[in-house]
Each structure stands twice: as C-alpha cells, then as structure tokens.
Design a protein around this ligand. Structure first.
Ligand SMILES: Cc1cc2nc3c(=O)[nH]c(=O)nc-3n(C[C@H](O)[C@H](O)[C@H](O)COP(=O)(O)OP(=O)(O)OC[C@H]3O[C@@H](n4cnc5c(N)ncnc54)[C@H](O)[C@@H]3O)c2cc1C
Length: 450
C-alpha cells in the first residue's frame, strides 16, 4: 500500500494552499473526486456569460507542479487507528499525517418537494453546467432562495441572461451578513431596478410539481408558479443559496470532536487526535473579536487557515487569530463590503454599540465621474473598540475594507480611527478636507462627546 507523509482530503483552496506549502518537502497526496477544482467565487460570472465556464476550472498543475500527487477519488472511510484511507473503489493508502480540507456543501432544507427535478444549489461543476445548460436552452424563470452574496450574484446573472428571477429570503433585508438594513435599502432598490423580484420576510415552505418543480409556496400562502413552456428544459428552476453546512460525514462515527459548524480545532488547526488536522470550510472556529463560535465559510478564511497549518508543519509556530469575515460583493452599480460584526450581530453578541455614518464622493466632487460612497462604523460603547464597518460605494471597496479589518484585528478604538493619516488625490478620493473613515469615527465621537 502506498504511504504518504501527508494526505489531504480536499482539493479546494485550502487543499491547494497546503500543496503549495508542503508538496516539495513531503510525500504528499491531495485527494478530490472532481475533474477540476473550481474558482467558486467566479461561478456567477460564468452563468452571466462574462467568462467562459472553463475559466473557473483550476489547473491540476497547481497541485502537481507544487510536488504533490493528485489522487482523483472519493474517500469513503478513514481508519484512524491504522492510519489508512479507503476510497469508494476500495483502494487504500496509508498516511502519517491527515488533513481534512473537505469544505462545505450547500444546504437544501428538507421541505416537501425539495427532491423534485429542477431543484438544486450552486457549487460544483455539475451545478454550473446544469444551470448554464438550462439558461442556454431558454429557461424562462428562476427562483433563488437566499439573499446573501451568493444568491444575489446568481440572481443578477439570471437577470442579465433574460431569465425572470424571484429572490426569496426569510430576513427583512438583503446581504444581512455583510451590511445592516440601514445600509441595504439602496441595494434592494437596485435589485428591483435589475428586474429581480424580491420576496423578503418570506419563508419557502413547499415546492410543488409531479416530477419537475412547477410552483413555489411561501409561508404567506403566496405562490410563484412556473409555466411549462416548451418541455422540461424550459420550465423554471429553484436554486438554494441559503447557506453551507460543513462536509464532515467522514468523521461522523469517529472520536474526532465536531460541533454544529464543523470539526473542532485549536488555533494551530489541530483536532483532538494526534497527527489529524482540519482547515477551511469544514472547520468550526471562533470570531477573532468575540472569541465565540462564529460562521466564516469564506475562501479568505480557508486559505489563511491552511497557511497557518502549512507553516507549522514546516516547523514554525503560528496561530490562527479567528474570523473577521471581511467580504464583498456587487449589486448593479454598487460595490458592497463589510467586516467584523454588523450592528445586528454585535447586539446579538451582547455589545452595547454606537454607530457612526459618513458619506463622501469617490473623487473630488468637481471631477467628472465622482460618485457617492457611504460608510457605517460600529463601535463598542464600553471600550470604544471598533467592532465592524460597512461600505456601499460606486467604486471597489475591498482595499478600504481590508484597512478596516486590520484596524479591528489590532483592536483599534474609534479615537485611533479618527486620527487616521490618509492620502488624497482628485481622481482617487474626496478632498483632503475629509476622509470617509475619519468622518464616520468623528460622527461617533460627536454623538458620544468622546
Ligand atoms: C458561488 C460561490 C461564490 C463564492 N464566492 C466567494 C467569494 O467571493 N469570496 C470568498 O472568500 N469565498 C467565496 N465563496 C466561498 C468559498 O468558495 C469557500 O469558502 C471555499 O471554497 C472553501 O474552501 P475549502 O478548501 O475549505 O473547501 P472546498 O472549496 O469546498 O473544497 C472541498 C474539497 O473537498 C473535497 N472532498 C470532500 N469530501 C471528500 C471525500 N470524502 N473524498 C475526497 N474529497 C472530498 C471536495 O470534493 C472538494 O474538492 C464562494 C462559494 C460559492 C459556492
């Protein structure tokens, strides 16, 4: 039986990162069943037609050039005692160290009708190809469930391809993990401007149909009906983008400790068993702010976790600081970013918060093309610590969000942010007289007389 120093189950961003760090210096296997590892973040833009499907496929050479061996197979069993993996074709390999990087799978709630044809989710090559084929064959209508970033990006892609879209969510505002409702009103309007029909505060309770889904029933009793246009291929589809659950089926009956959001690890990515580690979406971890369990199923969390483990297995001693969940998306003309805790999340965690707001333009207002940019800052009243920040702008926001994430990581206070030293230039910012971050911080200091 072939034996590996390190076996990694999973070839997503976490697995690939580990291959890059450890492939040259270890006999290493990266195991995944898919033909291709995917750039999931770009899938909506493939449906939209902005990029070809193939552009979302990562080359195997990312793993093999790094010196690791790619095993295209599915692990069906892990024998922790004798350190072997059994594949679905009953072949086996042995390992010294094992890393779970098995990711997460879309959650499809077990409501009546959820196994009808025409009901699916949005991750993997199979879903991409299926949805793309439906759209190319004249799909008329889609119902997307979940108004988070994935649901919204997909809904827009449908709309750009002239598919009528209904976007359904139980919450009372869109993108609740990114921005509070007082920042997202403009985004709901923008979605409707893009011909996306929003159903907020609407729970999907049943899907009806004989073989293929024909209608969607909401808690209010309202239904969204699909006509059967020209045969099955052209009727409607329902896509769930209502959250991910950790893929931890391989450890279900083992002594590895798991919890609601995945495999439990310490800040060195070690499980409770020696030589067994876990990284990425399959892991449960804590907020870097509260120290309490928080979800963080993002590639921008999976990759740093894999790096911590990779460097530690190379002999360093690094620790993972926890989730800050800086993230971004785009709705029509707006770029949206959020980091840390929203006001709603901070309040739910028990903080007494004060929020500051600011609005500037993306360039000097006298310059052609200057657009509006709005920010919200969330601060803990007791310690003055910055807990979160949100931006809605007509220009990209990621670098500003990263700056704010760093401020949160470094436990900066609102006073620190009001003293931020900044740059200004007519094409790239508001006048030197004001900076969006400083203005929001000053708003809080004024309100609180701090
Ligand atoms: C549509 C979409 C858009 C997204 N956009 C963003 C974004 O803009 N920014 C961002 O940060 N994140 C985004 N994400 C989230 C991001 O893709 C995930 O956080 C990331 O892929 C997690 O990486 P991972 O390596 O932990 O797991 P995954 O990428 O899920 O990879 C898991 C791997 O494990 C394999 N595996 C599982 N079980 C087994 C088994 N038994 N045997 C063998 N192999 C197995 C799987 O087949 C897969 O290869 C998006 C996700 C989706 C679906």
């Amino acid at each position: 039986m072939e034996k590996y120093d390190i076996a990694v189950i999973g070839g997503g961003p976490a697995g690939v990162t580990l291959a890059k760090l450890l492939g040259k210096t270890n006999k290493m296997a990266i195991i995944r069943p898919e033909d291709y590892s995917m750039i999931y973040c770009a899938l909506p833009y493939a449906i939209e037609g902005l990029i070809d499907n193939e552009k979302t496929f990562k080359s195997d050479s990312l793993v093999t050039d790094a010196g690791a061996e790619l095993i295209r197979n599915t692990v069906k069993k892990v024998n922790f005692d004798n350190k072997t993996l059994v594949f679905t074709d009953n072949s086996e390999i042995a390992f010294n160290k094992l890393i779970f990087a098995t990711g997460a799978v879309p959650f499809i709630p077990p409501i009546p009708g959820s196994s009808l044809k025409g009901v699916g989710a949005f991750k993997t090559q199979d879903y991409l190809v299926w949805i793309e084929q439906m759209v190319s064959h004249g799909l008329k209508k889609a119902v997307v469930v979940g108004a988070g970033a994935i649901g919204i990006e997909l809904a827009q892609a449908f709309s750009y391809r002239k598919v009528a879209v209904d976007l359904v969510d139980m919450g009372d505002s869109v993108l609740p993990n990114l921005v509070d409702s007082d920042m997202s009103g403009v985004l709901s309007t923008e979605l409707e401007r893009e011909w996306i029909k929003l159903h907020l505060q609407s729970k999907l309770v049943e899907l009806k149909g004989k073989d293929h889904v024909e209608s969607v029933v909401l808690g209010s009793g309202k239904t969204i009906d699909f006509e059967s246009y020209e045969g099955e291929n052209c009727s409607g589809i329902v896509i769930f983008a209502a959250g991910m659950k950790p893929e931890i089926s391989l450890v279900k009956d083992s002594s590895i400790v798991t919890d609601r959001d995945g495999i439990v690890v310490n800040d060195r990515m070690e499980t409770n068993l020696k030589d067994i580690y876990a990284v990425g979406d399959c892991v449960q971890f804590n907020s870097g702010i509260t120290g309490k369990v928080q979800s963080g199923k993002l590639a921008t969390n999976a990759v740093p976790m894999a790096k911590i483990l990779g460097f530690n297995l190379k002999g360093q001693n690094r620790t993972y600081p926890g989730f800050y969940n800086g993230a971004a998306t785009k709705v029509g003309k707006y770029f949206i970013g959020g980091t840390g805790l929203s006001e709603a999340a901070a309040t739910a965690f028990g903080y007494d918060v004060v929020c500051g707001y600011s609005e500037v333009t993306t360039k000097f207002p006298i310059m052609p093309g200057a657009k509006k940019k709005r920010m919200k800052l969330i601060v803990d009243k007791a310690t003055h610590r910055v807990l979160g920040a949100q931006i809605v702008s007509e220009e990209p926001v990621v670098s500003r969000i990263d700056l704010l994430t760093f401020a949160i990581q470094k436990e900066s206070t609102v006073e620190d942010l009001s003293a931020l030293s900044y740059a200004s230039q007519p094409h790239q910012s508001f006048y030197p007289a004001a900076n969006i971050v400083v203005l929001a911080a000053e708003d809080i200091r004024k309100k609180q007389s701090w």
